[in-house]
Design a binder for this molecule. Structure first.
Ligand code: NAD
Length: 459
């Protein structure tokens, strides 16, 4: 079985499904979306080490359902603009779909499908009772007023309301969405259903049923992993330099946690560029600078870290190739590719962003002896506390911040140790070990569901 699967890997790029309009469950073959095809190569690499059925593997190669919608929004000047939105449920065998909603000008169906793919493996890796999903709207939200942003968010929920639900698919924040937007989405869904439905969205404001610790969860989870991993290499915080690409929710919080723990954060960047100071940056003052310059109230920051002129200004490209111990991509996909992987000098890379390294770049980094800790493990703190939020919403019983962080720490450390052990036992990369660990759980669930009668060929 395994051999046949591996030999199919090269054909995968040509056979992945894409559906660009309406809900799609068909099996027509069209040209592969590149991001999802690249993401899927990680699955193929792990398959030779697991013994799950061919049926289960076939299911995992394709997104279960992809919804593409147009969202009409009345702008402040009276004009009507139509935005493109998506929601993808990749797999929901282990539970309702779970995944964030991204607002970004480059959002495409291919990107959302890839993000939903990663969510599927992330939830299985952390043993959360969820499948994988993701959503997105193609928009530059920084160009919208707050009222336009609210109308867009409510319009998005109107368009996907039949596709989501607390037992179906549960959105959360991602790039350029936050708790304010999640609050609007939960409210809109509740209006549509004529019933307060807190568990339909996570990452909400505390006052609307959000969880303590959700805003910092992705960074906290990554921090616990870094603190678990680096001692294995005798790398102590005070002698560890860090470069962070992306200074948003995840990146800026993690930079702060690391600096407080004694690490020397020497470079940070955002969409406009970065700053570098070999002696270490004052992270709290950079966060304060960013937070005090929001263009759309309480949502987006107007100024860049580059405007802090007392530091050396660098580009995002330069940040990725700095001579540091730890590199943390915490922005977007495809940042380290075959074009720049051979210039990366860091010893350890912790992927806080989803998909920042292409599969071809992975091989180059591996040849250079760079240890890469994958997105589906490193950034799983966010979805883990989203799970805690969903549990609290359903029980109506809310936990303290200490309880949240303790449970998060236990989960992150346990799954990191298991992934580490698999990597050591099988002599594979941590990324492949993470996929093996997740695949075992996914395969078990898919096989346990059995085969429906109409799949059986009477011949
Ligand atoms: P965010 O919107 O809060 O911040 C994004 C940051 O990336 C900003 O600083 C922005 O300026 C920067 N950025 C945007 N384009 C860039 C570019 N081309 N080059 C460099 N920087 C750029 O988003 P976030 O929630 O911090 O998410 C960051 C990454 O972490 C994403 O890949 C997201 O999918 C992943 N992630 C986030 C969560 C979460 O709970 N927030 C959970 C899991 C994974």
């Amino acid at each position: 079985m395994a051999k046949a699967i591996i030999s199919e890997a090269d054909n995968l790029a040509a056979t992945l499904l894409s559906s660009s309009t309406s809900t799609s469950k068909s099996s027509s073959k069209i040209v592969a979306p590149s991001l999802l095809a690249d993401a899927s190569t990680r699955l193929e690499r792990a398959l030779r080490y697991v013994s799950i059925s061919d049926d289960a593997i076939s299911r995992l190669r394709y997104p279960k359902a992809s919804l593409s919608v147009s969202i009409p929004v009345r702008m402040d000047d009276g004009s009507l603009r139509i935005f493109q939105g998506y929601r993808v449920r990749y797999d929901d065998t282990r539970g309702p779909g779970k995944g964030g909603v991204r607002y970004h000008p480059n959002v495409t169906l291919d990107e959302v499908q890839s993000l939903a793919f990663w969510m599927t493996f992330k939830c299985a890796l952390l043993n959360l009772p969820f499948g994988g999903a993701k959503g997105g709207v193609t928009v530059n939200p920084k160009e919208l007023s707050q009222a336009e942003l609210e109308r867009l968010s409510r319009g998005y929920v109107d368009a996907i309301a039949d596709f989501i639900g607390p037992d179906v698919d549960i959105p959360a924040p991602d790039v350029y969405t936050n708790s304010t937007i999640m609050g609007w989405m939960m409210d809109q869904y509740s209006i549509i259903k004529r019933q307060l439905t807190r568990g339909v969205v996570t990452g909400k404001p505390l006052t609307l049923g959000g969880s303590r610790g959700r805003e910092t969860a992705t960074a906290m989870g990554a921090f616990y992993i870094i603190q678990t991993i680096l001692p294995k290499f005798n790398q102590i915080p005070e002698q560890t330099t860090v470069a962070m690409q992306g200074f948003g929710n995840a990146g800026s919080t993690l930079a702060d946690l690391l600096a407080k723990a004694g690490y020397k954060v020497v470079a940070v960047s955002d969409s406009q560029g970065g700053i570098y100071a070999p002696q270490g940056l004052d992270i709290p003052s950079i966060r304060e600078y960013k937070n005090s310059r929001r263009s759309v109230k309480a949502v987006y920051c107007k100024d860049s870290v580059c405007n802090i002129v007392e530091h050396q200004v660098i580009t995002n490209e330069q940040l990725l190739t700095l001579d540091v111990d730890v590199l943390i991509p915490a922005a977007l996909e495809n940042q380290i590719t075959i074009a720049n992987a051979s210039d990366v000098k860091a010893k350890y890379i912790f992927e806080v962003a989803n998909g920042p390294i292409t599969s071809a770049a992975d091989d180059i980094l591996s040849d250079k002896g760079i240890h890469v800790f994958p997105d589906i493990l490193v950034n799983a703190g966010g979805v883990t506390v989203s799970y805690f939020e969903w549990v609290q919403n359903r029980n109506g019983w809310y936990w303290t911040l200490e309880e949240i962080n303790q449970r998060l720490k236990e989960k992150m450390e346990a799954e990191t140790q298991q992934t580490w052990s698999i990597a050591q036992e099988l002599g594979v990369s941590i990324r492949t070990a993470a996929y093996i660990h997740a695949l075992n759980r996914l395969g078990e669930a898919l096989d346990a569901k059995g085969t429906r009668d109409y799949y059986i060929n009477p011949m």
